[in-house]
Write a protein that binds this ligand. Structure first.
Ligand code: URP
Ligand code: ZN
Ligand code: ZN
Length: 480
């Protein structure tokens, strides 16, 4: 009998902690050995001239997420996780949303049912809280104890935002119940005021979305979150940082010793405000929040990635079809004002190939950093203890890459259910050819094969990154 169910043989194994030439031995769902000249496996995968990375962990993606108006975004758990796997990602953290009218326990249970039906890779949830009232605060400790260890707060969007008092109350609750916080940080009132001014002057095209939220809107909110996190001694991650000014606020807070982390996304390393400047409403395809900036800001973000201030690059996959129905990008037709365009771009499948191409192939980062920012760091920050590495005892979640293949990204070749990609026509170097999830080959040589619902919920126990420091900015500890 073979010692291994699968041996991935002769590849360049690249993880956050190092790169070596060798084999990976898998038994059942786990990696059991990493070494040279392993004995034969029941299945042998030839990885010569390939890079063997840990499967990507995308800690920020909106999949089959119902909206407050009753619609659901364009990907189901089946199509969203299919796209993930075909792009080398093997774990996703999505968002169980709460609405003004729903109890958070009910909406979380509904969201679990959706994932159980369709998910083909493993998944965990951030809980979106949009009303920090007594009913919600009473329900959260049970949900957290069930393994939903992150609370997500939007500081903007009229139907989702939580005010500063609500945010402080949620930080206090998170601290007491060992939960982490993730924040969409933009100054709501500034954006609303700018939207009114722009609308009054008839400046309502997609490109004006960027005008309504310049970097200062983001910088101020990041500064405010950092101050609140300092007051409450609560660990936080700032989502989708788009510009040097916001990243600099995070760096300053980290230098003060705060447990604060920053994420950026593929789109903020590649798209610019010029992409939104297209006629007949087409610019809506690139409307996302915060807004895409400029190539100068891309360079600054790479700098903050290299210095470790921003240590995760996710997709913020938020798919709405480019169409004219309610919930789609142009609900009022080609003249839809930007204020009515749903925010968000699809990017689960393209996240890793773009990051590899722009990052590793173009010489901005090395293989270890790629593995860290796309897999190890999100697994660690969010307590996915069996993910993010290729090492004995870890889940055999692995993506085998052809690092030399040139691919021109085209909608027709992608596996999501959204009807466009914001990266149409972009040529990248490198793409995953084979993806394994818990030892099972799900994507191989252009073929996707997985049973809907095989993905498992990753309940998260308390972990190191959640722990507060026990340091307050004044003499009073409000938690004693
Ligand atoms: O524009 C975006 N990012 N839409 C998705 C929701 C969010 O803000 O993350
Ligand atoms: Zn957001
Ligand atoms: Zn998001």
């Amino acid at each position: 009998m073979a010692d291994f169910d699968v041996v991935i043989r002769g590849g360049t194994v690249a993880t956050a902690s190092g790169v070596f030439e060798g084999d990976v031995g898998i038994a059942g769902e786990q990696v059991v050995t990493v070494g040279k000249n392993l004995s034969k496996g029941t299945r042998e995968i030839d990885a010569r001239k390939r890079i063997v990375f840990p499967g990507g962990v995308d800690s920020h993606c909106h999949i089959e997420q119902p909206s407050s108006t009753g619609g659901v975004n364009a990907d189901t758990f089946l199509s969203g996780t299919r796209a993930a796997i075909c792009g080398g990602t093997t774990s996703v953290i999505c968002f169980a949303p709460q609405f003004k009218s729903t109890h958070i326990t009910t909406s979380t249970a509904d969201y679990h049912a959706r994932a159980e039906r369709g998910a083909t890779c493993d998944y965990s949830f951030h809980l979106i809280v949009n009303r920090a009232d007594k009913e919600t605060l009473d329900a959260l400790p049970t949900l957290i104890a069930q393994g939903h260890r992150t609370i997500k707060v939007f500081m903007t969007y009229p139907s989702n935002r939580v005010d500063d008092t609500g945010l402080l109350n949620l930080m206090a609750l998170a601290r007491k119940n060992q939960a982490f916080m993730v924040i969409h940080a933009e100054h709501h009132d500034m954006i609303m005021w700018m939207m009114e001014q722009l609308t009054a002057k008839g400046l309502t095209e997609a490109k004006h979305h960027c005008w309504s939220k310049p970097p200062v809107v983001e910088r101020e909110a990041v500064h405010r979150v950092a101050a609140m996190a300092e007051l409450m001694d609560q660990p936080v991650q700032i989502f989708h940082v788009t510009c040097g000014e916001a990243a600099e606020e995070i760096r300053r807070a980290q230098a003060r010793g705060l447990k604060i982390w920053g994420e950026t996304c593929t789109q903020y390393l590649t798209l610019t405000s010029d992409d939104l400047d297209k006629p007949n409403g087409e610019g809506a395809k690139w409307v996302c929040s915060p807004a895409p900036r400029s190539t100068e800001e891309h360079d600054k973000l790479w700098g903050y990635i290299k210095s470790g201030v921003l240590d995760i690059v996710s997709s913020d996959h938020a798919p709405s079809n480019f169409g004219e129905n309610e919930g789609e990008k142009l609900p009022d037709g080609p003249n839809t004002p930007f204020t009515r365009m749903p925010n968000g771009v699809p990017g689960l499948e393209t996240r890793l190939p773009i990051l590899f191409s722009k990052g590793v192939v173009e010489g901005r980062i090395d293989l270890e950093t790629f593995a860290a920012i796309s897999s190890r760091n999100p697994a660690r920050l969010f307590g996915l203890k069996n993910k993010g590495d290729i090492a004995p005892g870890k889940d055999a979640d692995i993506a085998i890459w052809d690092p030399d293949v040139k691919v021109t990204i085209k909608q027709e070749n992608l596996h999501h259910d959204v009807n466009y990609t914001p990266y149409e026509g972009m040529t990248v170097t490198g793409w995953p050819t084979t993806t394994l999830s818990r030892g099972e080959v799900l994507w191989d040589d252009g073929e996707f094969k997985a049973t809907p619902g095989r993905g498992r919920f990753l309940a998260r126990d308390p972990y190191e990154f959640i722990k507060p420091r026990g340091i307050f900015p004044g003499p009073f500890n409000p938690f004693e």
